[in-house]
Write a protein that binds this ligand. Structure first.
Ligand SMILES: Cc1cc2nc3c(=O)[nH]c(=O)nc-3n(C[C@H](O)[C@H](O)[C@H](O)COP(=O)(O)OP(=O)(O)OC[C@H]3O[C@@H](n4cnc5c(N)ncnc54)[C@H](O)[C@@H]3O)c2cc1C
Length: 426
């Protein structure tokens, strides 16, 4: 039986971020995954600026090595297509100049991205990594937790368990009590296609809000070598109520939708259409207890508007590692002490999740999406506001205020506010 202070179950982005942060803090840990890498994870493969910012903070060399590869597209913005088919292209940075070395976002197949992260893990001497090891039992013992495979041939006793085993985590459901709630959960399908035509400029990722699938969207994310990640996601309660078959609906959109079908006329499906769940962070959950913390999808931390979960898995992993450092220093692993983790997650991600949830509910009304698109299209300055909103959370909060939209409608952005003016100019 192995013994360690910190054991992380799951080596996706959340588990790897936790292990790398611990490693850089000088704290040895054990990291376990049931898969053999490279392994796939069903995902849209869009990697936001959150991820590159956090990897840069950890060690700029990691992002340098990432950018040396040619397995990702560099992404410079988002194309929103409203139910009335009007298009709004919003760059991630206002007035950006394309710089090949430092893109604000990426699309990278998870099979490649997660394998890259595992290579980074293997560079670190103080992370013991076990693949092909599925943890089946989680038992309390005098240290904290005893983790075992089904045949008990592999066992680890740890003082602190970090569960980063994803959306289907048995520990999160059975031990931490995080039940699936259909109103705070989404289902999505994705497939890879070759030869899709007419992508937006500078690899803008495309979100198509179609009348029948809001709240939720159909996406086309450009990959290298003429490939694309294509998918459709919706909230699970709506899928259930409307009895939507996401696979069929996605194929129908590709075959029949007037703005999408022509682009897929010569396209070829690579492999299968696959589906997976997205536990959304629109409901506050308890993420820690005696001797454990939940990270990433195991803690239901996916953005309820965009479906972005990799960045939040990274954030929660880094915060969990920092909390582990405090626990080890003070030798306290109690539920009460670990609430500090929940408080920090709320502080860092809570308001963003709340705002995304408000926007998700606004987005469920196609007429409102059309109205907002018309307003944005009518004024160049509004586009600049939107670009600034990616990095300025204060500005983003304006989106759910009716007064903001009235002001935009009458085309008088408040340029007297120097902060807004600065951001709008980049
Ligand atoms: C269709 C779809 C599209 C999405 N698109 C995007 C997107 O474009 N951008 C974005 O940011 N997010 C997206 N997401 C969300 C994103 O995929 C997740 O939020 C992200 O993968 C969470 O990372 P994680 O490390 O928490 O979990 P995961 O990536 O799921 O990793 C969990 C790891 O735990 C391992 N594991 C599981 N059980 C055990 C066990 N018992 N023992 C040992 N190991 C175990 C698994 O093998 C896996 O490697 C999408 C999700 C879906 C379903």
């Amino acid at each position: 039986m192995l013994k360690t202070d910190v054991c992380i179950v799951g080596a996706g982005p959340g588990g790897v971020a936790t292990a790398l942060k611990l490693s850089y803090l000088g704290i040895p840990c054990i990291l376990i995954d049931k898969s053999v890498f490279p392994r796939d994870k069903i995902c849209g493969d869009a990697i936001s600026g959150k991820v590159s910012t956090l990897l840069n903070r950890l060690d700029p060399e990691i992002m340098f090595r990432f950018n040396q590869r040619d397995r990702q597209t560099d992404v410079w913005g988002v194309r929103f297509v409203a139910p009335n088919r009007k298009i709004v292209d919003i760059p991630f940075k206002p007035g950006y100049i394309r710089n090949e070395k430092a893109a604000p976002g990426y699309v990278s197949k998870r099979v490649d991205f997660d394998a890259f992260l595992i290579e980074e893990v293997k560079r670190r001497d103080n992370i013991q990594f076990f693949d092909q090891t599925a943890i089946a039992e989680f038992e309390r013992n005098e240290d904290g937790y005893l983790l075992s495979t089904a045949n008990r041939a592999f066992q680890v006793s740890c003082r602190l368990l970090i569960d980063a085993s994803g959306a289907h985590s048995p520990f999160s459901r059975k031990h931490a009590g995080l039940e699936m709630d259909h109103a705070h959960h989404a289902g999505a399908v994705r497939a890879y296609y070759r030869n899709v035509k007419d992508f937006a400029v500078d690899n803008f990722i495309e979100l198509h809000f179609l009348k029948d699938t809001t709240p939720g969207y159909f996406w086309v994310f450009p990959l290298p070598n003429g490939e694309a990640n294509v998918g459709l996601g919706m909230r699970s309660d709506i899928i259930k109520d409307r009895k939507v078959n996401l696979r069929k609906e996605m194929l129908r959109i590709i075959a029949e939708d007037p703005s999408i079908a022509p682009r897929f006329a010569d396209a070829e499906l690579i492999g299968e259409i696959q589906g997976y769940g997205l536990p959304l962070g629109s409901k506050t959950r308890q993420l820690s207890g005696d001797h454990y913390m939940l990270v990433g999808d195991a803690g239901h931390l996916i953005d309820p508007l965009t479906g972005e979960g990799i960045g939040n898995a990274f954030y929660s992993g880094i915060i969990a590692a920092e909390q582990a450092e405090v626990c080890l220093k003070k030798e306290i692993f109690s539920e009460k002490f670990l609430t500090a983790y929940d408080i920090r997650i709320q502080r860092v991600l809570g308001s963003e999740m709340k705002l995304s949830y408000q926007m998700q509910r606004i987005g469920s009304k196609p007429f409102l999406l059309n109205l907002v698109t018309n307003i944005i299209q009518s004024n160049r300055k509004i586009l600049d506001y939107f670009s600034a909103m990616y990095t300025d959370f204060g500005l983003r909060g304006q989106l759910v205020k009716p007064w903001f939209w009235i002001k935009m409608w009458i085309q008088r952005p408040d340029l007297k506010n120097p902060r807004i003016e600065k951001d709008a100019k980049g």
